[in-house]
Design a binder for this molecule. Structure first.
Ligand SMILES: C[S@@+](CC[C@H](N)C(=O)[O-])C[C@H]1O[C@@H](n2cnc3c(N)ncnc32)[C@H](O)[C@@H]1O
Length: 371
């Protein structure tokens, strides 16, 4: 462990002052600490980075999401002005590709007020460069319901690999209760280590329902941050109209199991090994997101596999068009990108897509025959 890294120093300082901290606090500091947090200080994408995301694999991904937004705008009644909001936009590639594709629906493009929710100064700079030709408003966090900075407009929210970056709490089945799993610092070995609290705490209705099926030592994860963001998005749509699209790793049904993982230079590592220097993620509980949306009276569609969703939006046809102008090498790259995005042993089934909408909107593109 790099004891001199600002994130490691902050975590060890906090633990020696307060005792072991929650997995959610560990994750939040490791990713978001302004002095050394993983996202705060670097651009982690691509072959030279730690991982690659769908918009960085091919322009087709962002273009199809842009066309989905234009189609959704029509379905919500083609409002004269609407907020187009991306959460966790990375390098801004998805939004740039989406806006280019939306030029085929000029009225929609004119109506769009672009908002990006990004807490990393480094990535915000990358987004500013990529989107310099557009009028964009940045937010460090999603404005709370009632905040007028989104213009009280109908909104279309888009988030690719954003929810999985939000902190999760972990609970360990201990006897006939859930106890929170915490992170301690072993001073002698100078490593972080998991430690159970031994104190029973309410894990919420889903945790309680699953308790009877869980074995001693099983782990249940819940993300208060995902619940809060999904609630704020749902509240906005319920009040002003619109829809949301989430693309992420995750499970369809709330389930027992540990999914917290770390990646560095495209390889999995121990999640406690290199805070601030590795990406930390946890699978999204899509059932929980749907429940939160339902509490606000919204409809949820999916989740369905990314591969099926992109094919319904026409990714194969888009690839055919791009291939017409491609040389041999570009054609090979295009085929490889297509396989990565929709292949069943690649992102095609690993990633899921879920949409939320006002009740009166029955269908959204891509979800037509499976919801
Ligand atoms: C895995 S990256 C995905 C980037 C992009 N959507 C893509 O697909 O290439 C996660 C993004 O979410 C941002 N992010 C993570 N936690 C955040 C938070 N709490 N508030 C705002 N942005 C956050 C990161 O800085 C980064 O832009």
């Amino acid at each position: 462990m790099d004891s001199g890294h600002p994130v490691v120093r902050r975590l060890t300082g906090l633990i020696s002052e307060r005792g072991p901290i929650s997995v959610a606090d560990f994750m939040e500091i490791a990713l978001g600490d302004p002095d050394g947090g993983y996202y705060a200080t670097r651009d982690p994408f691509g072959v030279d980075g730690d991982f690659t995301t769908a918009p960085e694999i091919s322009q087709m991904f962002g273009e199809l999401i842009g066309l989905w937004c234009a189609d959704t705008w029509q379905r919500i009644g083609a409002p004269e002005a609407f907020a187009l909001i991306e959460l966790g936009p990375g390098r801004g590639t998805l939004m740039a590709d989406a806006l280019r594709a939306m030029a085929s629906a000029p009225d929609c493009l004119t109506a769009a007020r672009i908002h990006l929710v990004e807490n990393s100064p480094t990535l915000r700079d990358a987004q500013k460069q990529k989107l310099h030709a557009h009028d964009v408003t940045w937010h460090e966090r999603l404005p709370a319901p009632g905040d007028t900075s989104l213009g009280s407009l109908p909104a279309i929210f888009v988030a690719n690999e954003f929810l999985d970056a939000l902190p999760v709490r972990q609970f360990v089945k201990t006897g006939d209760a859930w106890c929170e799993r915490l992170v301690a610092h072993d001073r002698a070995a100078d490593v972080f280590a998991f430690t159970p609290t031994g104190t029973a705490i309410p894990g919420g209705p889903n945790a309680d329902r699953l308790l009877a099926d869980a074995d001693e030592g099983d782990i249940f994860e819940e993300s208060p941050a995902v619940i809060s963001v999904a609630g704020d998005i749902a509240a906005h749509i319920a009040a002003h109209g619109g829809a949301a699209l989430f693309v992420d790793y995750g499970h369809r049904r709330t389930a027992i199991g540990e999914t917290l993982q770390a990646v560095r230079q495209h390889r999995p590592i121990d999640p406690l090994e290199a805070p601030g220097m590795s990406d930390l993620t946890a699978h999204v509980d899509f059932q929980r997101v749907a429940e939160v949306a339902g509490d606000h009276g919204l409809r949820s569609l999916g989740p369905l596999d990314q591969g099926a969703f992109l094919q319904r939006l026409g990714i194969r046809e888009r690839a055919d068009i791009l291939r017409q102008k491609a040389d041999d090498r570009q054609s090979r790259d295009l085929n490889a990108a297509l396989t990565r995005l929709i292949g069943s042993s690649e992102m095609g089934t690993l990633f899921k897509v879920m949409a939320l909408s006002e009740q009166r909107i029955e269908l959204l593109a891509g979800f037509d025959s499976q919801s």
